[in-house]
Design a protein around this ligand. Sequence first.
Ligand SMILES: Cc1cc2nc3c(=O)[nH]c(=O)nc-3n(C[C@H](O)[C@H](O)[C@H](O)COP(=O)(O)OP(=O)(O)OC[C@H]3O[C@@H](n4cnc5c(N)ncnc54)[C@H](O)[C@@H]3O)c2cc1C
Length: 277
Amino acid sequence: MDVPAYTAPADLEGALRALSETPGARPLAGGHRLVLDLKRRVRRIPLLVDLGRVPELRGVRRGFGGALEIGAMTTITELVAHPAVPESYAHGLLADAAATLPDPQTRNRGTVGGSVVAGTDIAAALIALDAVVRVRGRGGRRRTLSVERLLDPTAPGLAAGEVIAAVGVPPGTAHGAHVRRPVPATLASVCGAAVAVTFHMDGAVASCRVAVCGGPRPARRVPTLERALTAGVLTAPPLGDLFQGDQDASGEYRAHLAWVLARRAMARARERTGPTA
Ligand SMILES: Cc1cc2nc3c(=O)[nH]c(=O)nc-3n(C[C@H](O)[C@H](O)[C@H](O)COP(=O)(O)OP(=O)(O)OC[C@H]3O[C@@H](n4cnc5c(N)ncnc54)[C@H](O)[C@@H]3O)c2cc1C
């Protein structure tokens, strides 16, 4: 294996410079996914740019109406422990998704930005919450795009040399939950379903966003599940080739799970509204 060079700049401009000066350089966050990719030789990386010393990428800020601004290098432990998060409407969904990281060590090291790029359970929760990423590039370039769009394989995503500086959760009132089925051997998700839902006074679903994760494809929104849950149908809608199969499960099994787990997530979200909804 070619061993990549390593640098740990002390500020964001230094990190952006290092990334843009070396073609193929990658940001290093918690390393859970990136180091695995290196060991499996999924990709050749000439330079790892460690973002761990960049102070402006850390921390959580509270905004109006339960909105959150989460620094990309905030660890999952820091995220759920921050006092702004339990006060936010997004807390249930984020806490469920954080709990999918199997132990304190992984939560202490895994970051919000790395989890978004990896497209796992945290990313599914953020898509359900309609979250955005604040992207920074060299020369002061800034742009914002949705997590959904960032992970869409048909969209351009991040350009070389760009980093996610923060993740923004918009203000809202939805209740949410994330439910998943883990792979016993690795504790990664066979399938996970994140639901953010608002209810009418009579308990009917007013609106919902559903995102799924699991298997080779990154987390993504599933309008078919949203329509089925909003209509309250009891039979699984056709999900086509929503999932790919791999060594853990077939695509068909994942699609079946997605419907079952999305309904469970909806039921848990409803419980979180309290006794009246
Ligand atoms: C055994 C185990 C089981 C796990 N199970 C789950 C699970 O079930 N569900 C779950 O959600 N998580 C799970 N995780 C955690 C999850 O894999 C990581 O937290 C996450 O995927 C990667 O986060 P990281 O900070 O380690 O990122 P890294 O591995 O450092 O980076 C991942 C990718 O993101 C890029 N990147 C990182 N930060 C930025 C940034 N700011 N801007 C641009 N690009 C960036 C990197 O270049 C790389 O391509 C598990 C981890 C382990 C070790």
